[in-house]
Every structure is written in C-alpha cells, then in structure tokens.
Design a protein around this ligand. Structure first.
Ligand code: SF4
Length: 428
C-alpha cells in the first residue's frame, strides 16, 4: 500500500494491531501477517513501515503499552537481513564500459555492465542517479524506518569491473558513501542539493546528447520510453553496437561536455577525511566490498583498493576450466584467478567468488568436477560464494549461440542435479 501517509486517518484499524503486537506472548512473521490481514484499512493492508511509524508516535497512548524496542523488532520487515548485526548497504556504480567480452554478460545500457534494469536493487540505484551519496543515505533511511540498527554497515559496491572505472571516480564514489554514513548520523542531509545538481545537469545535457536523453536519471525521465531505448538496446541476435560503444556515446562523452567527469571525482585526501570522520560516526563502516575481474588484480591494485578501505572482493572465477573460459571469451585463464586470489589473500581480503554453471562448452559432469576444484584446491577455497547459473538473456551475445543451436540452458532437472551437487559438496 502506498496511500497510508497519515496514520491518523487509520487509527481505528491501527490501534488494535499495535495493542496486540505489544501484548503478544509468542511472536513471529506469521502472526504479524495474520494480524495485518485481520485489520485492513479501506486502502488495503498496512505496510510494516507505516506500522512502525505509527507505533513510534502512539506507544504509551490510547491503550498501547509504553514504547518497547521489542515491538519495533516484531514489526520489522525481513528481520533476517541484519541478523548478523551488520546492515548491508548495496550501491551500484554508473553505466560504464567494461574490458570484458564475456558472451553470457547482459548488455543493458541503462545499467552498469552485467546488471539488468528489472532487478529491484538496480532500479533503486537508477532512481538515485547511480549517485553514491543518494543511494547510501536513502538506504540507511529505509533501514531505519523499518526499525533496523544502522550502527554497523557493510558497503557493497556493485557494477561492471570496479578497477576499470577511472581512479578519481572510484575515490569519489567511496568518499561519497562514507560522507553519507557520516552525515546520516549527524542528521545532516545533502540530498536535496545533489538532486538539484543532477536535475540541472539533465537539463544541460539535453542539448548535448542527440540520442537517448536520459542521463543521469533514466528511470525518472519522462522522455524515456521503450522505443527510444530500443534504438540502443543490444539484442543477442543483432549485436551491431557493443555495450561499451553505446554507453560511451550516450553517457561518457556527454558527461565530459556536461562536466560530470569533474563532479564525480575526488582525491585521496578528501577520502581520508571522510574515512577519519567515520571512525567516530554513529553509522560506522565495518566492511567495504568491490567486484572485479581476476586479471585486474595486481600487487599495485591490491594496495590501491586497500587504501580505498576495501575489505572484501567479489571476484568472478566463473569457471576453473581454461577451455570453458576461452569458449566464453572470458579474457583470462585459471592461472590469473590463482594469482589474484593469492594476492588478495596475502593482503588479508575476504574472497567472495562468483561461479557459473551451464556456461557454453560445459556440462553437468564438467560443472560438478569444476565445483569440486573450488573447495579442494588450496589456491581457491573462497570465503563466500555466489552461484550464477548461466541464463538466456536477450541482450547477451550468448543469445546468438542459442539461436544457432550451439548452447541451451539446463533443463530444470539438470540444473537441480548441479545445484544439489554443489550444496552437498560445499564445506561448512
Ligand atoms: S567482466 Fe564481468 S561485467 Fe565485464 S563483460 Fe565479463 S561478466 Fe560482464
């Protein structure tokens, strides 16, 4: 429901809910769901956000017992999300070229490489102009509104190949995430100014871009429609314009003219200032995650990302089979993955690997063999793992292979066979 802006209009339904939640002996998500369905408003079921807001205002009045933190926890949405005590704040970088040519990778030009614009996290980033301050601040606000602790925050920076973004952009991006954490705790708020800036720039860039004039807020611009995007959408079957060329044309070049490249830049001293400020902030950063490719990791790069404050890297292994890597135009071999993991591990980073079954050239049997290597070869053994079964994505080059009958997604049985194997061969 989005229409419950004023809880005073719904007191009749809200009060019994809040009284019951406050007085309940046993409580769980099921009980909450039963209760909100029992007392719907004329506009539908109340959101948990609304219930928490109302509880904060009404506790101790109108028959509701005095305020208890426990009640907030009971009303919390998805309580497992911050179960570890650390709140994950995920932010996306802007659409930008990637050096990879991986045939399975989506080419959604509204997004940083490899992300799809229909994912909720990606849409959130797009609504925030991919701006790090806006994304971080708004996420903290959302978590706080639903009653989560926000004193320990893990920042997860996703999008394309981090190491390939210009260094001043990387420093600025992290600095702005930290600044948002710091400002949030001090109840300072720079969002309006930043939003106005983007709005002005959008206006300015209108005259510069001739094609799709939707930078920097694609989701918010009424001029954007399916037809105008289609002109730039790269479909697997007609891969006539690459993602890199397209995003350069519609984002990178106009941004230079508009001055974005200067706005989205900072130096090390500015970052260090915000990092220092964060040491005593209310919302403290306890982990910073970036994602990159094995062949982008070198000794110098490891030191550089450490200086940014990074503690964990999400790194695309995808496969531990050279033949499969090469068939998918991955652009690096298994030796590069070994080197990268060793360097990162020596520097104390946590390794969060990405691994993909069902790649072109693989099979159920090969995937099972590959997976075993992940946890038996001491050069790998990641601390965390995401399994991304390769999917048929319209904008990926792999679509051409599918259309030629050279690759197809696993059947549900094959997929289950691989995934259950993975689960049973993952060490505790
Ligand atoms: S390196 Fe990652 S983001 Fe770049 S093309 Fe390959 S899969 Fe996509």
């Amino acid at each position: 429901m989005s229409t419950h802006n004023d809880y005073n209009l719904y007191l009749e339904q809200l009060l019994p809910i809040l009284v019951e939640v406050s007085n309940a002996q046993d409580w769980g998500p099921k009980e909450l769901s039963k209760l909100v369905n029992k007392y719907p408003s004329s506009d539908g079921v109340f959101s948990k956000d609304m219930l928490i807001q109302a509880y904060r205002k009404l506790a101790g009045t109108r028959g509701i017992p005095p305020f208890q933190e426990l009640v907030i926890q009971r009303l919390q949405m998805k309580p497992t999300r911050t179960g570890s005590g650390v709140t994950p704040v995920t932010v996306l970088t802007k659409p930008f070229p990637c050096p990879g040519k991986c045939i399975f990778c989506p080419n959604d030009i509204r997004m940083p490489k490899s992300y799809l614009s229909d994912e909720p996290g990606a849409q959130r980033a797009e609504r925030n102009s991919f701006d790090p301050y806006l994304q971080t601040y708004n996420r903290l606000q959302a978590f706080q509104n639903i009653g989560h602790q926000i004193d320990k925050v893990e920042l997860i920076v996703l999008g394309g190949t981090w190491s390939y973004y210009p260094e001043p952009y990387q420093i600025w991006f992290v600095k702005e995430c930290f600044r948002a954490l710091n400002d949030f705790g001090e109840q300072k708020d720079d969002r309006k100014k930043i939003e106005e800036y983007y709005s002005e720039m959008r206006e300015k860039l209108k005259d510069v871009t001739t094609a799709v004039v939707h930078r920097p807020v694609p989701g918010n611009n009424p001029e954007i429609n399916k037809e105008s995007l289609a002109a730039y959408q790269v479909h697997g079957g007609v891969l006539d314009k690459s993602y890199n060329k397209t995003v350069s044309e519609i984002y990178t070049a106009p941004e230079k003219v508009g001055g974005f490249d200067q706005y989205q830049a900072a130096d090390w001293a500015e970052l260090e200032f915000e990092q220092k400020r964060n040491e005593t902030a209310i919302s403290r950063n306890v982990g910073l995650v970036i994602e990159t490719r094995p062949d982008n990791i070198s000794e110098a790069e490891v030191l550089r990302i450490r200086r940014l404050g990074c503690t964990k890297t999400q790194i695309g292994f995808q496969s531990l089979n050279d033949h499969v890597l090469s068939m998918n135009k991955r652009g690096h071999d298994v030796a590069a993955t070994r080197r990268a993991v060793n360097l990162l591990r020596q520097a104390g980073f946590k390794i969060h690997a990405h691994w993909m079954p069902n790649l072109y050239g693989s099979s159920v049997k090969l995937d099972q063999e590959d997976y075993q290597v992940l946890f038996t070869d001491p050069d790998f053994k990641p601390d965390e793992l995401k399994i991304y079964p390769c999917s048929l994505i319209e904008s990926a080059e792999l679509m051409q292979y599918y259309e030629r009958g050279e690759w197809k997604p696993y059947t549900e049985e094959e997929l289950l066979e691989v995934l259950t194997f993975c689960l049973t061969h993952t060490p505790p």
